[in-house]
Design a protein around this ligand. Structure first.
Ligand SMILES: Nc1ncnc2c1ncn2[C@@H]1O[C@H](COP(=O)(O)OP(=O)(O)OP(=O)(O)O)[C@@H](O)[C@H]1O
Length: 915
């Protein structure tokens, strides 16, 4: 019958003069308009014609009348037909296969039903513009250097361990450039593209420096290195790498403070002792306040990984507090009376030719790298890293670093801007491994001047003071640029800090005035070398992405977003025999929770069985309320596709990750997804930074990122190191200018064909055409979302959170991602809702199926009960809603929290929610 009808409507064999009036009513049963253009628009409610044809509103169930009215003389109809197209805004033409075609197709092939039917999924979608590509030359980086780790001047066990346990032999560019500089104990700022091996570039020299300390340190020797990272996942990942790196050096102990675990167990870890601490800033800071055993008096190295993120996540106070704590603890250690007492009783072998005493001094003789010297001194090395830099990072560098080196590995820039050696600041310049720098020479010189331990201690404090002149409070950092050459300071008998610093200042000034004339110009040049290179990198604001990632964007009308997402998942993870792994970035945690459950339920059918009863009930209810239903809904048609069970093999694993998940769950998800052969991780930006999941071959940005920087880091989850990958940015037709915004940052994307993306659904929904399959899947999504009150509430929350998020895009992207251009009705469809939450709330009022169950709480008394038990306190209307709102806003606010419970007592209710 379908085919027959198709012939009738589409066939060009229809005699030219034959009009609709000549046909029998039966033949036109599903044809709303005679065929003039080769396409027929069959519709139950010809909304688009209302203005054109001046129709009244009585269209429902009157297809014949409509046909008669539409069937105007030929010329007029052809004009109407083109108008129809304009009105439905489907002007896009993708290889002759756009959404209008899909829409027409489904109308022609649908089952005959009374009143005719049109899929609302393909109706009234805005056109998909075809964006031309601008000539953008992306910045690229050479990832590998051809040099091996064995070329470095490091312990052979380190090299062997890299080869045997990590399967790493050849160095990556950033490693080749950064490792020698870090081993020299220099402060370093590293910018290198995502997945380029930055973690190893600092972890390897740090372990190398620590293992060289003699006598060997043990876990009780204090925290020598502090590594601060923005997320728990990154903390775990970094910790795991350190565990692998210390394998040959069993006396070195890394430790993890990542949040989410019990504070008590972390305190125990700290009490037991560790040498390298990895943690999130919130958590480290919390322990600084509440755990006495956390002491940084021996910390010689501070690493801030993803430095820009640490600062823009509002962690700057925590970071500042950690820097201050390190400086304070080290300063206090200089006055350790016990250390002084100990030293007076230890014989100096040089003085009296006595036997070697196993104190620190004698151990120093054996160190190999200058980094080791830093660990043994009161100095601190600071390392900042990120794939993207911001002004805040520049400020932080100015505050925390002394004589820094800037390493930027992007081609064209490829600089090592050394503030102590301006001549090296040339594109492509590479410092030779082990090449001494002026700072190194300076250190050696200082060393010879160290007359005794006390003067060394004095000198170190002096250096500490110079290094940014400490922090005045936890929030504000005061930078002091003076770089007075280190001198053997005179002993100060005074116990007062103030007196001590006064003496030091006088010495500095004296020395400074002598050196000023000769060194002033050179000093100025040194400072500028680093600053200029960094400033130009920030100002140019050009971003580098791995060339191994194929970047595309896809313009998808709002209503088709959800089915397109399902199609991409099916195509990538199900139809792909090798088994694909993809990460989908969404805007809010409510979206993440809802979408992952919804898609898992519909595609794998895992929860469908549980909800079968509900579905039937609601279906029955729906059919009863048919008259109330929007006749443009897909539900009638979709009823035929209410298959049970899974649409895809259940092996498809869905994971979700966001900052407000319970810690254990979060870690479990992260670990499982890393191990999974195929699967989808739906997440917020919490997974955008640093995390290194093997075999992720597709990154889908379902919601546009808040900045070009976020775009870079999201995309960076694929195509890491030697791997290749693909990244798709899904945009609405109103968002296409965002591509131009990215192009300004030298990011080049190609437009991909969105209509063919839906084809993958044909393999999972038993349907003859792509549109039918899309409608079937959408119908199942909607049926699930409407199956009970919980689902609806979750859908509504996700929808609302997204709308809220959308209107909060930062100013520089807001013009491209304009909330005023959103069609909220269409957006509902993208959340598998048949109405906006506001309209839904209205409907829910009258639908007993969807109404809230009355609370059975003992303290809640309802009107009926109150009649029975007069005088019992009633719950104030709205008080519960307020609480829920507060909870939900806190939920969003805690996206990147430390995972700690506040110290104060927390109401039980919140704990329940987290579960
Ligand atoms: N020399 C090497 N050879 C091959 N692979 C390497 C090498 N060094 C590191 N890798 C691998 O490269 C991947 C990415 O490394 P890493 O996570 O350190 O990148 P990154 O630059 O820190 O990325 P992001 O900026 O996203 O944090 C890891 O899987 C790591 O094991």
């Amino acid at each position: 019958m379908d085919d027959l009808q198709l012939n009738i409507t589409v066939s060009k064999k229809v005699p030219k003069k034959q009009t609709a009036h000549n046909k029998s009513a039966k033949e036109f049963k599903f044809v709303s308009k005679p065929e003039f253009t080769g396409k027929t628009i069959a519709r139950k409610r010809p909304q688009n014609l209302i203005h054109q044809q001046g129709y009244g509103k009585k269209h429902d169930g009157e297809p014949q009348t409509k046909v008669a009215k539409v069937a105007e003389p030929q010329e007029k109809s052809s004009e109407t037909s083109s108008n129809l197209r304009d009105l439905s805004e489907n002007k896009g033409k993708f290889h002759g296969k756009n959404y209008q075609h899909l829409s027409d197709d489904i109308q022609l092939k649908q089952k005959p039903r009374s009143g005719g039917w049109i899929s609302s999924l393909f109706k009234n979608n805005p056109g998909v513009p075809r964006l031309g590509q601008r000539a953008v030359k992306p910045l690229v980086e050479k990832v590998f250097t051809g040099k091996n780790f064995s070329d470095l001047d490091i312990h052979p066990h380190c090299v062997a361990n890299l080869q045997q346990n990590l399967n790493l032999k050849e160095m990556m560019t950033v490693q080749q450039k950064a490792i020698p500089v870090i081993l020299q104990g220099r402060d370093v700022l590293i910018r290198s593209q995502t997945g380029s091996g930055k973690t190893l570039s600092y972890a390897l020299p740090i372990i190398e420096g620590l293992q060289a300390i003699r006598p060997k340190i043990n876990r009780h020797d204090g925290i020598r290195v502090v590594i601060v990272v923005p997320t728990r996942e990154l903390a775990v990942q970094t910790y795991e790498l350190l565990i692998k790196l210390v394998k040959p050096f069993t006396w070195l102990v890394p430790g993890l403070l990542s949040g989410g675990q019990k504070r008590k167990s972390e305190k125990a870890i700290l009490r037991k002792g560790l040498n390298v601490l990895v943690g999130t800033p919130g958590r480290i800071n919390d322990h600084l306040r509440h755990t006495q055993s956390l002491n940084f008096c021996k910390t010689g190295c501070l690493v801030l990984d993803e430095a820009d993120r640490l600062l823009d996540m509002g962690y700057e106070k925590d970071v500042a507090a950690i820097v201050k704590a390190i400086e304070d603890h080290k300063k206090n250690a200089a006055y350790d009376p016990m250390a002084l007492v100990k030293k007076t009783f230890i014989k100096n072998p040089d003085d009296e030719g006595g036997e070697e005493v196993p104190d620190e001094k004698s151990g120093e003789e054996k160190y190999k790298h200058h980094l080791t010297e830093i660990f043994l001194s009161k100095e601190r090395q600071t390392i900042l890293l990120s794939a993207t830099l911001t002004k805040a990072v520049e400020n932080l560098a100015g505050i925390t670093m002394v004589d820094p080196v800037f390493i930027d590995t992007s081609e064209g820039r490829a600089v090592i801007a050394d503030s102590l050696n301006p001549k090296l600041d040339k594109p492509g310049s590479v410092m030779k491994v082990g090449e001494p720098t002026k700072k190194k020479e300076k250190i050696v010189k200082d060393e010879s001047m160290d007359e005794d331990d006390e003067s060394t201690a004095t000198k170190e404090v002096e250096k500490e003071k110079k290094r940014g002149d400490l922090i005045t409070d936890g929030t504000k950092l005061n930078k002091k640029k003076s770089k007075v050459p280190a001198t053997a300071a005179e002993d100060s008998d005074s116990d007062s800090d103030y007196e001590y610093f006064k003496v030091q200042k006088e010495l500095e000034t004296k020395k400074g005035t002598v050196d000023m004339d000769t060194d002033e110009e050179e000093e100025h040049q040194k400072v500028n070398t680093f600053n200029d290179a960094l400033k130009s990198a920030i100002q140019e604001d050009e971003l580098v992405l791995p060339s191994s990632v194929n970047q595309t964007f896809m313009v998808v009308p709002m209503k088709l977003r959800l089915v397109t997402l399902c199609a991409l998942i099916v195509e990538h993870c199900v139809n792909n025999k090798k088994g694909g792994k993809m990460i989908v970035f969404m805007a809010t945690l409510e979206m993440v929770d809802y979408h992952s459950e919804l898609i898992e339920t519909v595609l794998t059918g895992e929860k469908v069985k549980v909800k079968k009863k509900d579905n039937k009930k609601s279906k029955k209810k729906k059919s009863d309320d048919q008259s109330d239903e929007d006749s443009s809904s897909d539900s009638d048609f979709a009823a035929d596709y209410q298959q049970e069970g899974s649409l895809v093999p259940v092996e498809l694993e869905m994971f979700s990750l966001h900052g407000s998940m319970p810690h254990e769950r979060r870690m479990e998800v992260f670990k499982q997804f890393r191990l999974a052969k195929r699967g989808v991780l739906i997440c917020t930006d919490v997974a955008a930074r640093g995390i290194d999941v093997p075999r992720v071959d597709l990154v889908l940005q379902y919601c546009a990122p808040a900045s070009a920087t976020d775009y870079v880091h999201r995309v960076g989850r694929t195509g890491r190191a030697t791997a290749v990958g693909a990244a798709v940015l899904m945009l609405l037709p109103s968002e296409t200018d965002f591509v131009r915004y990215l192009e300004e940052k030298r990011i080049r994307l190609r437009q991909s064909d969105e209509s063919s993306a839906l084809d993958a659904l044909r393999s999972v929904a038993v349907a003859t055409t792509t549109p039918r399959a899309a409608v079937a899947v959408q119908a199942r999504l909607e049926a699930t979302a409407h199956s009970n009150r919980d689902w609806l509430a979750r859908a509504s929350r996700a929808y609302t959170s997204w709308v809220r998020f959308y209107s909060g895009y930062p100013r520089d992207v807001r013009e491209h991602l304009d909330a005023r251009k959103l069609h909220l009705g269409h957006a509902a469809k993208a959340f598998a809702l048949r109405d906006t939450p506001a309209a839904l709330a209205k409907r829910t009022k009258n639908d007993p199926e969807l109404q809230k169950e009355k609370p059975k709480n003992r303290l809640t008394v309802h009107e009926e009960e109150e009649k029975k038990r007069p005088g019992f306190p009633r719950v104030k209307v709205g008080s519960l809603a307020k609480l829920t709102n507060k909870q939900s806003s806190m939920h969003t606010a805690s996206e990147f929290d430390s995972g700690l419970e506040p110290v104060e007592h927390q109401p039980k209710r919140n704990k329940k929610k987290n579960k």
